[in-house]
Design a protein around this ligand. Structure first.
Ligand SMILES: Nc1ncnc2c1ncn2[C@@H]1O[C@H](COP(=O)(O)OP(=O)(O)OP(=O)(O)O)[C@@H](O)[C@H]1O
Length: 311
């Protein structure tokens, strides 16, 4: 089990980046770390991996303290693997060799079987013999994930793991990877901007804002009852508006256009989303985003209805 107890960290002593951060993660559990760019997600992953020294607080994996580079000649915990945003692969070596390098040379058959299995997890079997330098950014990212899994870690730390992968591949890779991790009971922490990483695959989610953890809950619970616009905006184009004197935090699917209502608004823009449109409207000098089945011209007057349903 991972235990992070009240840690604080700063790159620059005058500008603390993370303050009083605490969290726990059990074996096989998946945690998603979200928050605006620059809030310290990657830094938190680096601290947990043991690449940075904390100013205050302590970290443990089971009963062993996780110590930073001041205490280790080679920083990084043995049972953990960290896939950073820069991948750190061997460019002139094949995809297979990049993965198998971390497997035992004494059991070549085992090693080959495991490499084949991991190539399938990252959907890169046809590229097994390609040199890494010829691969795209997204393909390199997938090889880095497979390499991190070669010697099964107890905790896998992924920094924006699908950032360079196209949507089609991302969805299928995400399904395969997270079910593989669950099957092997490997704990995982993902720093991401993509709410889909959290909503479908994480057991827990933390949100960082202004140096602190402002939410630590199941992603479904956070989605249903976001405590602020900052949290809701991680999931969708949330609007915070004053309606009939009451402040409402609304997702686009909770606002409908109806034929008659006392809430009137003016269309500003319409954004094509495939089977629906996101319509941006101005309501009492406040901008609201809502989902609608068809395109609407700007400046058109529309009537609104709020239907919070059960989110
Ligand atoms: N080695 C470093 N030295 C000094 N400052 C750093 C260093 N690495 C990161 N920072 C700063 O710390 C802050 C947090 O960076 P970090 O990469 O942890 O944020 P993040 O939430 O992961 O951002 P993003 O979502 O954009 O990847 C940023 O302001 C960044 O410029």
């Amino acid at each position: 089990m991972l235990q992070v107890n009240n840690i604080s960290f700063s790159y620059n002593i005058e500008k603390p980046l993370l303050e009083d951060i605490s969290l726990t993660l059990k074996k096989g559990e998946h945690l998603c770390v979200m928050g605006e760019s620059g809030c310290g997600k990657s830094t938190l992953l680096k601290i947990i991996y043991g690449l940075l020294d904390v100013r205050e607080g302590s970290l443990f994996w089971n009963d062993s303290p996780i110590l930073g580079p001041s205490y280790h000649l080679i920083p990084g915990m043995d049972y953990f693997k960290f896939v950073a945003q820069d991948f750190d692969l061997m460019p002139f070596t094949s995809v297979s060799d990049n993965i198998s390098k971390f497997l035992s040379r004494f059991y070549p058959e085992e090693s080959e079987k495991r490499t084949r299995e991991l190539l399938e997890v990252i959907e890169m079997t046809p590229f097994a013999d390609e040199k890494v330098k010829t691969l795209s950014g997204g393909q390199k990212q997938r090889v880095a994930i497979a390499r991190a899994l070669a010697k099964e870690p107890e905790l896998l730390l992924l920094d924006e793991p699908f950032g360079q992968i196209d949507n089609f591949k991302k969805r299928s890779l995400r399904r395969t990877l997270f079910s593989y991790l669950k099957e092997k009971n490997i704990a995982c922490i993902v720093a991401t901007h993509d709410a889909e990483d959290a909503l479908s695959f994480a057991d827990k989610m933390i949100v960082i804002q202004n140096k602190k953890i402002i939410a630590n809950e199941r992603p479904q619970d956070l989605y249903k009852a976001p405590k602020s616009k900052y949290v809701a905006s991680l999931f969708d184009d949330a609007s915070e508006v004053l309606i009939r004197g009451k402040k409402e935090l609304l997702y686009p699917h909770q606002v409908e256009i109806v034929s008659k209502s006392e809430l009137t608004a003016t269309v500003l823009n319409a954004y094509f989303k495939g089977f629906y449109w996101v319509i941006e409207v101005l309501f009492n000098d406040q901008v609201i985003f809502l989902n609608h089945h068809e395109y609407l011209d700007s400046e058109k007057t529309v009537c609104l209805r709020v239907d919070r349903g059960d989110v």
